[in-house]
Ligand binder design. Structure first.
Ligand code: DC
Length: 227
């Protein structure tokens, strides 16, 4: 059975997760927030007090269960939504996400989910590494000011303490680490559609991607039906 995949990549706060959630709901696909998986790994590493600068400290991932239920990540059976959005996790996630064993393990989980269900997946390396054969790839970005503003509102809406100025600094720092790391950095896939959402209404963006994706899927379904 062939499952469909929509890949959305881009820097922090570009609107990926909002758009991805909307699209997954409309398409009845599973939404996979891969950033949440790197955050959950960071949270668990901090809790276990392992040395997060050492790539070999993440053996615990072998016995860690990560599952998505309605777009919400459960780690070892617990909803970790709030725990993975703290400043402590945000400030340490880029270093954790730069380690090869961490990336390989999480990519393996992400790919295995895509073999069992239709997915809308967002992250940094989805179009380039995780789902190189995705049916549609979007690379979404926006100015750093707009991205910080969106993250700030998102944090407030889920009841997390937030400061615009420090968010802006954190985003700039993470952008730098995420796009300059040696292994699987944040970058646009060659066949991805580039979208600057700075001055766009997020709902409009979701509508456009939805229509485009439907066109692609309908054409594929027709082709498969006539062969
Ligand atoms: O999307 P986010 O801000 O929740 O992601 C948290 C961090 O995880 C981000 O700084 C980079 C990393 N990440 C990654 O390296 N690869 C992904 N596919 C998703 C996130």
């Amino acid at each position: 059975m062939k499952y469909y995949a929509l890949a959305i990549d881009g820097p922090a706060g570009a609107g990926k997760s909002t758009v991805a959630k909307m699209l997954a709901a409309r398409l009845h696909y599973t939404y996979i927030d891969t950033g949440a998986m790197y955050r959950a790994t960071t949270y668990k590493a901090l809790k276990l007090k392992v040395d997060i600068t050492n790539p070999d400290s993440f053996q615990f991932l072998e016995d860690t269960e990560m599952t998505f239920v309605d777009g919400v990540l459960f780690m070892d059976g617990l909803d970790v939504t709030q725990k993975i959005r703290t400043n402590q996790v945000s400030n340490n996630v880029s270093i954790v996400a730069s380690h090869i064993p961490v990336r390989n393990k999480l990519v393996e989980i992400q790919q295995s989910i895509s073999h069992t269900t239709n997915v809308v997946m967002d992250g940094r390396d989805i179009g380039t590494v995780v789902l190189p054969h995705a049916d549609l790839k979007i690379y979404m970005t926006a100015t750093v000011e707009e991205r910080a503003r969106r993250r700030h509102e998102e944090n407030l809406s889920i009841g997390i303490e937030s400061n615009y100025e420090s968010l802006m600094k954190e985003i700039q720092r993470r952008d730098k680490i995420d796009s300059s790391r040696a292994y699987n950095p944040l970058k646009q896939a060659q066949d991805a559609i580039y979208l600057d959402t700075s001055s766009l209404d997020i709902e409009e963006v979701a509508d456009k991607i939805y229509l485009l994706f439907q066109l692609i899927i309908d054409r594929k379904d027709e082709t498969h039906g006539t062969i």
